[in-house]
Design a protein around this ligand. Structure first.
Ligand code: HEM
Ligand SMILES: *[C@@H]1O[C@H](CO)[C@@H](O)[C@H](O)[C@H]1NC(C)=O
Length: 505
């Protein structure tokens, strides 16, 4: 009897207990949300959000379309919109004047990167792309010096790109005009450029180990943008206990780190302090110079993370852009490719390799490449920044810690700026046959945190693209329609496609 009573009491108690807990939790959440809104008076407007999950369900969990998905909101709320996803509060800036005001006018406040749970899990505050403070300053400055010394602005890098373009042309020629998917040959070529700057090596296109690495990099980029990874970022304390693609992401990163750390070890063996061969050598020399390990970021962890950062930031992006370029030129009306072909024939001819100096006399080809970057729009919402202090933008209050995105899609598809915003049209960058720069164009972002690889990327795009069109006419396979759909990885990239590279007569 006593036992039964005891059991009943316990049951009732636990039932009440559960309800109280739930109620208390809900009240706290609502209160928290209420306080959050109340405390940040004059916070930028945004769609109504649910407690805890924020705007998550308004996007139907399809965040890959976030760069397109909130058009109605922009119309309703203006150029500064706030959105909440779990622990993340962000604002999206739209329009050139506001982007410039934030990233140039108030650059000190908008320079930081947020700590995103998934990234933090693997990199901590190391490397260059997502680090902040002293580490970022040192790593970025060092990277820029290396890009200068081992290439940028020097003929030697141009030579390397030309040599690689030659290999790419040969590899594509081996397909003998039959339909094929150019994806990994292109990433192979582009990766070799960055790989040779950082590690001094290039890989043959049929090297199996390298193909494995490229697949791992591609898979990792996709996982990086997966829903599971986003949910992990929004609700880290829950998702860290759950299985899923984000766990695969972490183990992939560990593999990649191991790969680089083996490279570092082999560099240590034959390092000549007077003759750095590449980024890793130069970093090792810098490491040996700094005696106080606690105050500098020159340590092995940063070496590995910065190498991976350069590798990812510099290869995914550029090879994606090149794949878009070949896709657009193949899918567009023939006269477009014909114009590029005849410009190449006129300025370079068929025999000699294209060089970067040719660009000044190749207005049409240059316009095509810019148009590819506009339409491809491969980094649609920039890489997130975070404000380091309470600040005011467009009359709105941004509390310290707010995450800031910039809507580049809105610039690149603005109907007021572009004659045919949704159609691939190189005339956008031409005036009386001359190349013309455009205001509303920011594929590389702006300011002190903008892309440090812009020049390198443009050199690569010009030389690879021109070298390929010098030798081939690209055609869709018979009876296949080319899809212009995109998939989201670290970048917006074309879904895989096949075409025929027909040698030019
Ligand atoms: C078509 C090619 C490329 C595009 C569209 C692109 C675009 C961008 C964008 C939009 C950012 C964010 C900047 C910001 O927060 O304001 C960025 C950052 C970065 N990019 Fe690129 N990029 C490209 C190629 C490259 C290359 C070739 C390199 C290699 C050196 C590179 C290295 C980086 C690095 C290291 C960062 C982080 C900078 C920092 O946080 O300080 N990128 N890029
Ligand atoms: C960015 O701009 C595009 C084009 O105007 C719009 O469709 C999209 O909803 C915007 N996205 C965000 C997150 O502001």
């Amino acid at each position: 009897m006593l036992a039964i009573a005891g059991c009943l009491v316990a049951n009732i108690f636990s039932a009440i207990h559960l309800w109280t807990l739930l109620l208390a939790a809900l009240t706290l959440l609502l209160l928290n949300d209420y306080l959050k809104n109340k405390c940040s008076k004059n916070y930028p407007p945004g769609p109504w959000r649910l407690p805890f999950v924020g705007n998550l369900f308004q996007f139907d969990l399809d965040l890959s379309h976030l760069h397109l998905g909130i058009q109605p909101f922009v119309k309703k709320y203006g150029n500064l919109i706030s959105l909440d996803f779990g622990v993340i509060s962000l604002v999206v800036i739209t329009g050139m004047p506001l982007i410039r005001e934030a990233f140039i006018g108030m650059e000190q406040i908008f320079m930081k990167r947020p700590t995103l749970a998934a990234r933090n899990h693997v990199f901590k505050n190391n490397g260059i792309v997502f680090s902040s403070g002293q580490t970022w300053k040192e790593q970025r400055r060092f990277t820029l010096t290396i890009l200068k010394n081992f290439g940028l602005g020097k003929k030697s890098l141009e030579g390397r790109i030309q040599e690689e373009a030659h290999h790419l042309v040969e590899a594509i020629g081996e397909e003998k005009g039959k339909p094929f998917d150019p994806h990994f040959r292109i990433s192979n070529a582009v990766t070799n450029i960055l790989w040779s700057i950082t590690t001094g090596e290039r890989f043959e296109y049929d090297d199996n180990q390298f193909q494995e690495l490229l697949k791992l990099v591609d898979e990792t980029s996709c996982l990086e943008a997966s829903k599971a990874t986003m949910l992990y970022n929004f609700f880290p304390s829950i998702f860290k206990y759950l299985p899923g693609p984000h766990q695969k992401l972490f183990s992939n990163w560990e593999k990649l780190k191991l790969f680089v750390s083996r490279m570092v070890d082999s560099h240590k063996k034959d390092l000549n302090p007077d003759k750095p061969r590449d980024f890793i050598d130069a970093f090792l020399i810098e490491m040996s110079k700094s005696s106080d390990k606690t105050t500098t970021s020159y340590n092995e962890e940063n070496l590995i993370c910065s190498t991976l950062d350069l590798f990812f930031a510099g290869t995914e992006t550029t090879s994606t852009a090149l794949r878009w370029a070949l896709l657009y030129i193949t899918a567009s009306p023939c006269f477009l490719a014909e114009k590029v072909h005849s410009e190449i024939d006129r300025v370079i001819g068929r025999g000699r390799q294209p060089s970067i100096d040719d660009r000044d006399s190749m207005h049409y080809t240059n316009a095509v490449i810019h148009e590819v970057l506009r339409m491809g729009n491969i980094i649609p919402l920039n890489v997130p920044r975070e404000v380091t202090a309470d600040s005011t933008l467009a009359g709105f209050h941004l509390p310290k810690g707010t995450i800031v995105l910039a809507n580049f899609t809105a610039l690149h598809r603005d109907p007021k700026e572009w004659a045919t915003p949704d159609v691939f049209n190189p005339e956008h960058f031409l005036e009386n046959g001359q190349f013309k720069k455009r205001e509303s164009f920011l594929p590389f972002s702006v300011g002190k945190r903008g892309c440090p690889g812009e020049q390198l990327a443009k050199h690569e795009l010009f030389i690879f693209f021109t070298a390929l069109l010098q030798k081939f006419a690209f055609k869709p396979p018979i009876n296949e329609k080319l899809s212009m759909k995109f998939r989201l990885s670290i970048t917006l990239s074309p879904v895989s496609y096949r075409f025929c590279a027909v040698p030019r007569q």
